[in-house]
Design a protein around this ligand. Structure first.
Ligand code: EPZ
Length: 417
C-alpha cells in the first residue's frame, strides 16, 4: 500500500492549475453511451474513478482511449447491458450508468452499489425516478434488473435534490416519448455541465443548475466534443491547504463562483482572497480565526465534499468552529485521525466542534477520499513529520496531488506506486 511522507510547517507559495471535475466527468462518461457515436472529452483528470468508468464503457462494447487529458469514447457498438459486481464494487457511483444503459439498450443489469465509507448511500431516489418514467425494475440477489417496457416522459419529484438521481433521471428521460420535468433537481454545477454535453449531442434539455430540469424525449445522435468543467472540490481543498499553512497561492483554470461558500468561510477566518476570471489567489498570514458555523447543504450551500479539508484548516486556527454535516451520516471519520495530530474535535451526532490549536506530525490513515485529503492538509500545516496511509482513497479524486503540492513548496513524498 502507498503512503505519503509529509514534513509540515512550510508556507505554500506559487501557482498551480486545477484539473477537470471528477464529479462531472463520471456522469458525462456514462452519457457517452447515448449518441452511438464519437465523444471527445477534454480536461479529463486521470483518476482511479475515471479509469473504472472507462473500464465499464469498454466492458459494454465501447472503444475508449486517452491522449493526455483528452478521453475519446466511440459508443457506436454497445453489445452488453450489464455492469458486473467487480466493476460496481470499485466505484459505487457507477449507478450513474443505469439510466444511459437502459436508454440505449432498453434493459440494464447492475450489481447493487451498496454503501461506502461515508454512509449507506441508498439509491431509492434513482429507482423511483426511473420507475416513474416507465422502467420495470426488479431486485434479485445483489442485482438490479431494469427493463424499458414503455418509457414515457413525466414529472419526477425528488424528495431530496440528489445529484446522482437527477443525473440518472436526465439520462433516461432522453429515451422517453414526451417531456420529462425533474422537480427539486440538484443544482450542482456538474448538472449544468451534463446538460451542456447532452445539448451538444442533440438532446433538448433546459433548466440545468435550477430546481426544475426539462428534458424532451430526443435521443442524442450527434458526435460531441466537450471540455469538462474545473473541479470545485480540488479548488476548495487547495484553498484550505493555503489557509492552514499560510503563504500565497494562485489557482488557475477554476471557477470562483463554484466555491463561493468556501471563500466566504476563509475570508471570515482572516484570509485575503482575490478572484479574477478563472483564477483565485489566496493570501494567509498568521493563524486563522474562528469561522462561522459550517453547515453542509445541497448546492449552492456549503459543499459536503469540502467539509473535511476545511475542518483540517480549522484545527490549526485560534478560534472554535462548529461543523454540521447534513448530507451524509458518517462523514466525520477523519476527526479521529486528526486527533492523532493533536486536533481537539468534539463530535455529537452530525455536529463537530473544532477547538483550534496546533498540530504535530503523526502516523494517520485515510478513511475516505475527502477525509484523506484533509489529513494531507493537516500534515502540511503540522509541526514535524507525518505519514498518511491508504492514499488509494485520495487517488480516486485528486490528480497529481503530491506534484502540485511540491510545486507550491510543500514537502511531500509518495512512497509506493
Ligand atoms: C454526489 O454523490 C457526489 N459524487 C458526491 O461526491 C457528493 O458528496 C454528493 O453528490 C453530494 O454533493 C459524484 O458526483 C460521483 P446525492 P451522490 O445523491 O449523487 C441521499 C466525492 O467525495 N440519497 O446527492 O451519491 C444520500 O444518502 C463524492 O466526490 C438517498 O437517500 O449524492 C445522501 O444522504 C462523495 N437516496 C444525500 O441523498 C438516493 O437514491 C446526497 O446524496 C440518493 C441519495
Amino acid at each position: 500500500m502507498s503512503h505519503y511522507v509529509v514534513r509540515g510547517g512550510q508556507a505554500l507559495r506559487g501557482t498551480i492549475p486545477i484539473s477537470g471535475a471528477k464529479n462531472s466527468v463520471l456522469p458525462i462518461l456514462a452519457a457517452t453511451l447515448l449518441n452511438g457515436g464519437r465523444n471527445v472529452l477534454h480536461n479529463c483528470p486521470d483518476l482511479r474513478d475515471v479509469r473504472w468508468a472507462m473500464a465499464i464503457l469498454e466492458h459494454l462494447g465501447c472503444k475508449v482511449s486517452r491522449e493526455g487529458d483528452t478521453v475519446t469514447v466511440d459508443s457506436t457498438v454497445v453489445d452488453r447491458w450489464d455492469v458486473p459486481h467487480e466493476l460496481m464494487r470499485e466505484m459505487r457511483s457507477s449507478v450513474i450508468f443505469l439510466g444511459p444503459i437502459l436508454a440505449r439498450c432498453g434493459r440494464a443489469r447492475l450489481s447493487l452499489p451498496g454503501g461506502c465509507d461515508i454512509g449507506q448511500r441508498p439509491i431509492d431516489l434513482h429507482l423511483s425516478a426511473l420507475r416513474r418514467l416507465g422502467a420495470d425494475i426488479r431486485q434479485q440477489g445483489g442485482d438490479i434488473f431494469c427493463e424499458a417496457r414503455d418509457l414515457q416522459g413525466r414529472d419526477i419529484i425528488l424528495s431530496f435534490p440528489s445529484v446522482g438521481a437527477t443525473e440518472n433521471a436526465m439520462l433516461t428521460a432522453v429515451a422517453c416519448g414526451g417531456a420529462t420535468r425533474v422537480i427539486n433537481a440538484a443544482r450542482e454545477p456538474e448538472i449544468a455541465d451534463l446538460q451542456e454535453f447532452l445539448r451538444k449531442a442533440g438532446a433538448s434539455v433546459s433548466g440545468g443548475g435550477e430546481s426544475v430540469i426539462t428534458v424532451s424525449g430526443e435521443m442524442p445522435r450527434r458526435d460531441v466534443e466537450h471540455t469538462i468543467l474545473p473541479d470545485r472540490i480540488e479548488t476548495a481543498t487547495f484553498l484550505c491547504a493555503a489557509a492552514a499553512c499560510g503563504g500565497e497561492v494562485t489557482l488557475t483554470g477554476t471557477e470562483p463562483e463554484h466555491v463561493g461558500t468556501v471563500i466566504q468561510c476563509l475570508r471570515e477566518a482572516g484570509c485575503a482572497i482575490g478572484c479574477a476570471g478563472r483564477t483565485i489567489t489566496i493570501q494567509a498570514e498568521g493563524r486563522l480565526t474562528a469561522m462561522p458555523t459550517v453547515r453542509t447543504m445541497p448546492y449552492p450551500g456549503f459543499p459536503t465534499d469540502a467539509q473535511a479539508p476545511l475542518m483540517a484548516a480549522a484545527c490549526t486556527g485560534a478560534g472554535n468552529t462548529l461543523f454540521i454535516e447534513t448530507i451524509f451520516e458518517n462523514r466525520f471519520r477523519h476527526a479521529n485521525e486528526l486527533a492523532r495530530m493533536g486536533a481537539d474535535i468534539r463530535i455529537s451526532g452530525r455536529t463537530a466542534l473544532v477547538c483550534g490549536g496546533t498540530l504535530h506530525g503523526a502516523r494517520v490513515r485515510s478513511c475516505d477520499l475527502r477525509g484523506g485529503a484533509a489529513l494531507v492538509v493537516a500534515a502540511l500545516a503540522a509541526q514535524g513529520e507525518s505519514i498518511v496511509e491508504d492514499i488509494f482513497h485520495i487517488d480516486r479524486g485528486y490528480e497529481r496531488l503530491a506534484e502540485k503540492i511540491t510545486a507550491l513548496g510543500g514537502n511531500i513524498q509518495r512512497i509506493g506506486t
